[in-house]
Design a protein around this ligand. Structure first.
Ligand SMILES: [Zn+2]
Length: 213
């Protein structure tokens, strides 16, 4: 069993990776995580540089948004994070980033297709959440509605969300989203108007049964 200190270090590591991979800008994106079964979460702060956070920058809040520990203001997106934990007891980590290619495809009205094994197994079906202004209860409600049974969401005109049992799982989802989106974009550019060659339906069915999706 890992400790709360390790959980906080993991949050800082994930934010650094997201920044270095250009999936968030200096002030963008937010990450939260909790010890399994806990009703309190650690979340990144609002308004400071995200590429080099320190443990004392993180804020602990309960599922109503009350600050339990820490001196900074929690991310303005905290309503969206707690909405997911309330709806999904199996989720212990939420990663929100601004993946440019994934977000760009959604703006163009293009959904991600089963183009690679990762798209089929890691991401599965990726719903697109209609636009709502960041930080609002309206966005949190829309996210709660779409997160049922999903591992990844695209927020229209905004970014992406990955969830997981732990931070590595949620981080993998967000990185895979961008990898699949970029691969699909290249395939679309290279193929012109031709149809994309997807993973055969039979293999998708097999994966569904193997992973009980
Ligand atoms: Zn955002």
């Amino acid at each position: 069993m890992f400790s709360e200190k390790e959980l906080k270090r993991e949050i800082i590591r994930v934010m650094k990776v997201l920044y270095e991979r250009e999936l968030i800008s200096a002030l963008g994106g937010n990450v939260s995580a909790r010890m399994p079964n806990s009703k309190e979460i650690w979340i990144t702060p609002s308004g400071i540089f995200k590429g080099d956070l320190h443990e004392e920058d993180l804020v602990k809040i309960d599922l109503e948004g009350n600050i339990i520990e820490g001196f900074m203001r929690p991310s303005i997106e905290w309503p969206l994070h707690v909405a997911i934990y309330k709806k999904r007891p199996d989720v212990n980590a939420v990663v929100h980033a601004h993946n440019p290619v994934t977000t760009g495809l959604a703006i163009a009205g293009i959904e991600l297709e089963p183009i690679t094994v990762e798209a089929v197994i890691t991401l599965r079906k990726v719903p697109i959440v209609p636009y709502a202004y960041p930080g609002t209860d309206e966005l949190a409600e829309l996210v709660a509605k779409h997160i049922e049974g999903a591992r990844a969401l695209v927020l229209q005109n905004h970014g992406v969300i990955g969830v997981g049992y732990n931070l590595v799982e949620a981080e993998t989802i967000v990185e895979t989203l961008e990898e699949v989106a970029l691969t699909q974009f290249v395939a679309m550019l290279a193929s012109g108007k031709k149809k994309l060659r997807l993973i055969p339906y039979r293999d998708r069915e097999l994966a569904t049964r193997l992973y009980r999706m």
